[in-house]
Design a protein around this ligand. Structure first.
Ligand SMILES: *Cc1c(COP(=O)(O)O)cnc(C)c1O
Length: 376
């Protein structure tokens, strides 16, 4: 959005403009939707379409991008996880699909998840398992899950293993996806991977996942949506869930088509140019902060190896006069409102995420506001 457009947006509505250096957050409207998607969404808005055909075409694009047999678009990644579980529980049986979340008659309804993967991405993942009628079975401890912890927990009640790839998970002591999949497959249960926020669209299926779920509205820059990649058989069982619990997670034609064009645009995007721009912001910020008393700025790679860096800024309140919590609160009150990435504030640092900026103009506003709040 150009600043001209931002101003008219502000004039017509009572919203404060937000500068997002926090990341692709649902609470801030996710990401900047790419123009290819907004054009597609407008072009389909007033048309009728056979939704099954639209889903089929979307599936082909997902399959190509993820190197999978098939794919399916959902309302968001969380919906994709729930529908994947529902599909595996019911195997797409029409009667059982309508019975969910009643799973009384099902033999296999337990979903195994490592303790260090029990995350909250805005809502708790165990709740997502439970809304399908499945029963979560947490294995291992928050800092240690060994092969026997999973192997011993799989019984004839187990339906699937759920594996989370995210900066939210405990980053050590958990089984790798390869180990996790090997154990699940040996005991005959499939593996579902929540990769909502990951750039790697092919690696998790290669590492043993049967289904992988992504967000459409995070790094891809699509409309609010999610998608699942996997085999024809599993995707078929998942599609049926739209006649069951999936109904309350509905995605419209405009978002499906918008996501399709987002995925096509992703294949053509100049990823190096995007990265270069992000690195420019990070180095610019770092220069402004280096040598200020009580401030240490480090370039931090993404914790799950996504191809992006952030600036990690440590504050020593006794020297710079402000804590991370106070800084985050102050910047939010500005107009435009500035949101920094401060979810680890108690550890004495925040991050500046360069991925959602509208150019250097915003990068300057952010750093000027931060420096102004530091004691000279
Ligand atoms: C963002 C996120 C989700 C939820 O994704 P939505 O598309 O917003 O539903 C789930 N899991 C992880 C690990 C996430 O980062």
């Amino acid at each position: 959005m150009t600043y001209e457009k931002v101003d008219s947006f502000k004039k017509n509505h009572n919203f404060k403009h937000v500068i997002n250096v926090s990341g692709t957050m649902t609470s801030l409207g996710s990401s900047i939707i790419v123009p290819e998607a907004t054009e597609a969404m407008t072009s389909i808005a007033q048309k009728f379409i056979n939704m099954d055909q639209l889903h089929c075409e979307a599936g082909k694009i997902i399959a190509e991008l993820c190197d999978s047999e098939d794919g399916f678009v959902t309302g968001c990644a969380a919906a994709g996880i729930a529908l994947s579980i529902a599909g595996i529980l019911t195997k797409g049986d029409a009667y059982l699909t309508e019975e969910l979340p009643d799973t009384e008659t099902l033999q296999r309804k337990e979903v195994l998840i490592q303790s260090g993967h029990v995350v909250n991405y805005g809502s708790p993942i165990l709740q997502l398992i439970k809304i399908t009628g499945a029963v979560p079975k947490v294995v291992g401890t928050s800092t240690q899950c060994l092969p026997y912890s999973l192997d011993g927990a799989i019984t004839d009640k187990s339906a699937l293993g759920l594996y989370v790839v995210s900066h939210h998970t405990v980053s050590y002591g958990q089984l790798s996806l390869e180990e996790f999949s090997k154990i699940c497959h040996k005991k005959g249960i499939p593996v579902v991977v929540d990769a909502a926020s990951e750039y790697d669209l092919k690696g998790f299926l290669k590492a043993g996942a049967d289904l992988v779920i992504y967000s459409g509205h995070k790094f891809l820059g699509g409309p609010t949506s999610g998608f699942i990649a996997g085999s024809h058989e599993l995707i078929k069982a998942i599609k049926v869930q739209n006649n069951g619990i999936g109904r309350s997670m509905k995605i419209g034609k405009e978002s499906i088509y918008g996501l399709m064009m987002t995925l096509k645009a992703w294949q053509k995007r100049d990823h190096n140019a995007v990265r270069d721009k992000e690195e420019t912001y990070i180095h610019f910020w770092k220069e402004q902060l280096d040598n200020l008393p009580g401030v240490k700025a480090l370039i931090a790679p993404d914790p799950t190896n996504n191809p992006l860096d952030r600036l990690q800024v440590y504050l020593k309140p006794e020297e710079c006069g402000i804590s991370v919590v106070q800084m985050a609160k102050k910047l939010k009150e500005y107009d435009p409102s500035i949101f920094i990435r401060a979810h680890e504030a108690e550890l004495g640092y925040f991050f500046l995420d360069p991925c959602n900026l509208h150019g250097m103009e915003e990068a300057k506003i952010v750093i000027e506001a931060i420096v102004k709040n530091l004691k000279k």
